[in-house]
Write a protein that binds this ligand. Structure first.
Ligand code: SF4
Length: 447
């Protein structure tokens, strides 16, 4: 069971030295219990207390890292069944499958498709992993493919084979990239455990059912391998879905350690229909895949999966927000319109996109409303005349233009009178409610 704040407090130095960034050890203990800070933020915890606290504060599902450097992927580390309880921590990695039986041209095409990426709300969405599968039974061929992938991609690598020698050849080629070794089974567990330990790589277990999964993870842990990913072996949609829910629930609510690891799932092995495969993958994005291996990437299925993943793994308590400030769009001058909006990322990107599309150079003033959209911020009293006026004055945006007109969003129309009082000499114009109407509005605008 996790320790309470008071239990954690008893193990802290109680000097209230503030070096962890909060005023007291008690406040730090409370934050640690709530999972808001890392234990490492306090430099004075004794080794003995550290051991107890680390054990108690470790997430019930272990966090496992695949790869190195900026492109390393963290999976697992989850603490809740449902996103509304707190948040999901680490988004599942999406993997493209490349087999050593494929023609060179197909391998090249897949490596190219692995580079698919999309911009959305200021973020770059892209997949992370390449699963390299041995089908040839030829260690030299497998190693050559691993080398090719390594040279042509910065993605994390999953090495897939039942054969220990072939896995060893793959690890030899890319041990510095810390690949995920797939898979340890009842037949090769000792050998794979040795390979993983020698090269400090994470390992996936592949079982036939949950009992065998727990047995394999226990044996791996006893052999000193702790970075484990689990494949319960199910390849029907229903069974695989049930397994994901049972694994998450057993780890979180029953504190059953042998299932306290992230999972790897294979929509690629559940259907031959690309559309169905994407639908199955979307199920695992929601419930509770750690890694999702797809037979191929195509924009029409990859993009929706990336957006679904972004939406589910966004912290519901912290809306995506844009930095407050003046954004100059299209090279505005002293006769350009000035618009104001809130800093909810989606609002910002829609409004700025429409302004850009209008080809009317403009100033867009973005106000920090804690990531709330215009209507929500207005209803919450964060985007009202009393708050907007001092922000407009402080920003100095009206010093950049010769006119005195400020365009507010249509949804904040009720604030226009208040703003004219708070900003004497300004003319407050009410813009459209719908972002799509901004271009027509700006084209008709006169200073
Ligand atoms: Fe207490 Fe450690 Fe924070 Fe200092 S750094 S206040 S000792 S918890």
């Amino acid at each position: 069971m996790p320790l309470t704040g008071i239990e954690i407090f008893k193990l802290l130095p109680k000097t209230n030295c503030k070096e962890c960034g909060v005023p007291t050890c008690l406040a730090f203990a409370m934050n640690l219990a709530a999972g808001k800070v890392e234990l490492g933020a306090c430099p004075y915890v004794s080794e003995e207390a550290k051991e107890q606290l680390q054990e108690a504060s470790a997430p019930p599902i272990r966090q496992v890292t695949i790869g190195v450097g900026d492109t390393a992927l963290k999976v697992g580390g989850e603490t809740v069944m449902f996103r509304h309880e707190k948040r999901f921590e680490n988004a599942p990695g999406l993997a493209i499958l490349i087999k050593d039986s494929m023609e060179d041209s197909e391998v090249d095409a897949r490596l190219e498709r692995f580079k698919l990426e999309y911009e959305r709300v200021g973020l770059t969405l892209r997949p992370e992993l390449i699963a390299i599968k041995d089908e040839s039974g030829d260690a030299t061929k497998f190693e050559a493919l691993v080398n090719k992938v390594k040279q042509n991609s910065d993605g994390g690598i999953i090495l897939m084979s039942n054969n220990l020698d072939i896995l060893a050849a793959g690890v030899k080629a890319c041990a510095d990239r810390k690949p995920l070794i797939y898979a340890a089974t009842q037949d090769n567990l000792d050998g794979v455990a040795g390979l993983a330990k020698e090269n400090s790589c994470p390992v996936a277990v592949k079982a036939s059912g949950l009992e065998e999964t727990a047995d394999l993870t226990t044996k791996l842990s006893e052999a000193g391998v702790n970075d484990i990913v689990i494949d319960s072996g199910s390849r029907t949609v229903r069974q695989a879905f049930e397994d994901q829910v049972i694994i998450r629930s057993a780890a979180l609510t029953k504190k059953f350690k042998p299932l306290g690891f992230p999972t790897i799932t294979f929509p690629s092995e559940m259907t031959d229909d690309p559309m169905k495969e994407a639908v199955i993958a979307s199920m695992f994005v929601a419930k509770y895949g750690g890694i999702i291996v797809l037979s191929d990437f195509q924009g029409e299925s990859l993009f929706p999966l990336l957006v679904e993943r972004l939406n589910i793994y966004t912290d519901p308590q912290r809306p995506l927000a844009t930095t407050e400030g003046i954004y100059e769009i299209g090279g505005p001058d002293e006769n350009s319109p000035v618009l104001i909006t809130t800093n909810f990322s989606l609002t910002y990107f829609i409004v700025s996109g429409e302004i850009e599309g209008s080809r009317v150079p403009s100033y867009l003033l973005v106000m920090d409303t804690e990531g709330l959209s215009v209507m929500t911020a207005w209803a919450a009293g964060k985007f009202v005349a009393d708050a907007i006026a001092p922000f407009v004055k402080k920003s100095g945006v009206m010093d950049k233009v010769k006119h005195n007109k400020l365009i507010i969003p249509g949804y904040a129309a009720a604030e226009s009178g208040g703003l004219e009082e708070e900003l004497p000499g300004s003319e407050i114009l009410v813009g459209p409610r719908d972002g799509a109407l901004i271009p027509a509005y700006l084209k008709a605008w006169k200073p």
